[in-house]
Write a protein that binds this ligand. Structure first.
Ligand code: NAP
Ligand code: HSE
Length: 435
C-alpha cells in the first residue's frame, strides 16, 4: 500500500467518465505505481444519481450536489468530464481557488476560458491538465508544449473531430446516409451531447484554438476562427469528388501567413493520395510543421471512451505525482502574444462548385465569363447528362483569391439560368508539393 493518497472527485460519469473509471480499475496497479500514490475515487457528480452506469461502482460514490466534491477536504484532484461551459467553469474556478488540482477533457471550456483558468491555477498554486481536450487519445498537448518547443511552428493541419470524420467515412466508404451515420457516431459515444457542435465545426474550432495557443503562442479566441461544418456535404458531392480523384474531410488549419495567423475549419476536397484521405472513422490526424523538425504527423483515435480515458488518466497520473511528491506540474506556460488574424479575403484557395443550370446554349459561356471577369481560372469541369432540361455541373478552379471567387459566385447566383447552387467547398493540397 502506498503511503501517499490522492483523493479524486469526478465531475461526470458519461462516455469519458465511464472510460476513466474502468481504466482506473483495469490498470489499477501500474497506474498507482506510476502515480506514486494510492488513488482514491471519493465522489462522482452526475445529474441523475439513480441512473444505471456501465461501470460497476458503489452507489454511495454518486452525488448530484457539487459541494460534496468541491468542498470535500479529502479531495485533492477534480476530474471534469461533464462538458459544456457552465457550470463546469464555475466548478473549476472554485476548485482551483481552493488549491485543488484539475484535469479536464473539456475543449469548449479550454478554448473560451482556458487562459483565465491557467492563470488562476498559477496564482492559487494549483494546476490544470487538459491532454484529453484535443485529439482524444493522441498525445498533442505535451508534444506541442515540450517536445517541439525548440521550433517555430508554422502550420498545424489535420482532422480533429471524430464524429464528422466517422460520418464522412461511412458515407463515402459504405454509402450510409448522413443521419444514419450520425446515429452510429452517437451510439458509439463519439458525438458531443449537442451534436451540432460536431456537425457545424465548433468542436474542431475549440480544439484548433487550444492547439494554436500551444503551437503559435497566440492569444487567439473563438471569434478569430473561420468555421464551416459538414451539414451541406451530400452523397453527390462525395461521388463527384471521387470521380475527380478526391475525398471530402473536415479540416482544421492553423498557419502563419505573412506575420498574421489564419485559423480555419472547413470541409474540403482532399486528393485521394494525401495521407489525410485515408484517415477514417473516429481516427484523427494532425500534421505539425516546425522550422527545425519539418513535418510531424500525429495519428490515433480522436474520440471514444477508452482512447480519451487514456489521455485523461495520464493527466491524473501526472497530477497525482505532483501532489504526492510536492513537485511543480512542469507544464511550461509562456505568455501569449496578440498575433493579428488575417482576413479570409486575402487567402488563396482552389474551389469546388456544384450547381444546377438550364441546359441551353450560352449557359456554360456565361459561367466561364463570370469567373473570367474576376480572374478566376477553371481547372476541371464535369457535366452529367441533363434531366428535364436541367444539367448538374461541377467546376473546380485553380488557386484564386477567395475574395475574387466569392464575387464571381455572387454574380453566378444572380444569373436566371442558374437554378441552384448545391455545394461550395475548398480543394486542399491540389498544387502543393508538401502537405
Ligand atoms: P456525456 O456522455 O454526455 O457525459 C456527461 C456526464 O456529465 C454525465 O454523467 C452527466 O450526468 C454529467 N453532467 C453533465 N452536466 C451536468 C451537471 N450540470 N451537473 C451534474 N452532472 C452533469 O459526455 P462525454 O462524451 O463523456 O464528454 C465529457 C467531456 O469530455 C466533454 O467535455 C467532451 O467534449 C469531452 N470529450 C469527449 C470525448 C468523447 O469521445 N465522448 C472525447 C474527448 C473529449 P448524467 O449521466 O446523470 O446525465
Ligand atoms: N465529439 C468529439 C469528436 C469528441 O467527435 O471528435 C472528441 O473530442
Amino acid at each position: 500500500m502506498k503511503s501517499q493518497k490522492v483523493g479524486i472527485g469526478l465531475l461526470g460519469m458519461g462516455t469519458v467518465g465511464g472510460g476513466v473509471a474502468s481504466l482506473l480499475q483495469i490498470n489499477e496497479e501500474s497506474i498507482q505505481e506510476k502515480a506514486g500514490a494510492e488513488l482514491q475515487l471519493k465522489k462522482i457528480l452526475v445529474r441523475d444519481s439513480a441512473k444505471s452506469r456501465r461501470v460497476e461502482l458503489p452507489a454511495a460514490l454518486f452525488t448530484s450536489e457539487a459541494t460534496d466534491i468541491l468542498e470535500n477536504p479529502e479531495i485533492d484532484l477534480i476530474v471534469e468530464l461533464m462538458g459544456g461551459v457552465e457550470p463546469a467553469r464555475e466548478y473549476l474556478e472554485k476548485a482551483l481557488k481552493s488549491g485543488k488540482y484539475v484535469v479536464t477533457a473539456n475543449k469548449d471550456l479550454m478554448a473560451r476560458y482556458g487562459t483565465d483558468l491557467l492563470e488562476l491555477a498559477r496564482q492559487s498554486g494549483g494546476a490544470i491538465f487538459f491532454e484529453g481536450s484535443v485529439g482524444g487519445g493522441i498525445p498533442l498537448v505535451r508534444p506541442l508544449k515540450h517536445c517541439l518547443a525548440a521550433n517555430r511552428i508554422d502550420r498545424i493541419m489535420g482532422i480533429i473531430n471524430g464524429t464528422t470524420n466517422y460520418i464522412l467515412s461511412r458515407m463515402s466508404l459504405e454509402g450510409i446516409e448522413f443521419q444514419d451515420a450520425l446515429l452510429e457516431a452517437q451510439e458509439k459515444g463519439f458525438a458531443e451531447a449537442d451534436s451540432s457542435n460536431d456537425l457545424e465545426g465548433w468542436d474542431a474550432a475549440y480544439k484548433l484554438v487550444v492547439l494554436s495557443r500551444l503551437a503559435f503562442g497566440c492569444s487567439a479566441g473563438m471569434e478569430d476562427v473561420y468555421v464551416r461544418g459538414i451539414n451541406n456535404v451530400t452523397a453527390q458531392d462525395l461521388m463527384h469528388a471521387e470521380k475527380l480523384g478526391y475525398t471530402i474531410k473536415l479540416l482544421a488549419v492553423g498557419e502563419r501567413v505573412d506575420g498574421f495567423i489564419s485559423l480555419r475549419v472547413f470541409p474540403a476536397l482532399l486528393p485521394l493520395k494525401h495521407p489525410l484521405a485515408s484517415v477514417y472513422n473516429e481516427f484523427n490526424a494532425l500534421f505539425v510543421e516546425g522550422n527545425a523538425v519539418g513535418e510531424v504527423m500525429f495519428y490515433g483515435k480522436g474520440a471514444g471512451a477508452m482512447p480519451t480515458a487514456s489521455a485523461v488518466v495520464s493527466d491524473i497520473i501526472d497530477a497525482s505525482r505532483c501532489l504526492s511528491y510536492k513537485i511543480e506540474d512542469g507544464l511550461m506556460e509562456v505568455p501569449l502574444k496578440d498575433i493579428p488574424v488575417i482576413s479570409g479575403e486575402k487567402m488563396v484557395s482552389s474551389f469546388y462548385l456544384r450547381l444546377q443550370a438550364e441546359d441551353r446554349p450560352g449557359v456554360f459561356a456565361s459561367l466561364a465569363n463570370a469567373f473570367g471577369d474576376e480572374d478566376v481560372s477553371l481547372d476541371m469541369i464535369l457535366q452529367d447528362r441533363s434531366e428535364k432540361g436541367i444539367a448538374e455541373i461541377v467546376l473546380v478552379t485553380h488557386d484564386v483569391r477567395e475574395a475574387n471567387y466569392f464575387r464571381a459566385l455572387q454574380n453566378i447566383k444572380e444569373m436566371p439560368s442558374i437554378r441552384q447552387i448545391n455545394g461550395v467547398f475548398r480543394v486542399f493540397g491540389k498544387n502543393k508539393e508538401s502537405l
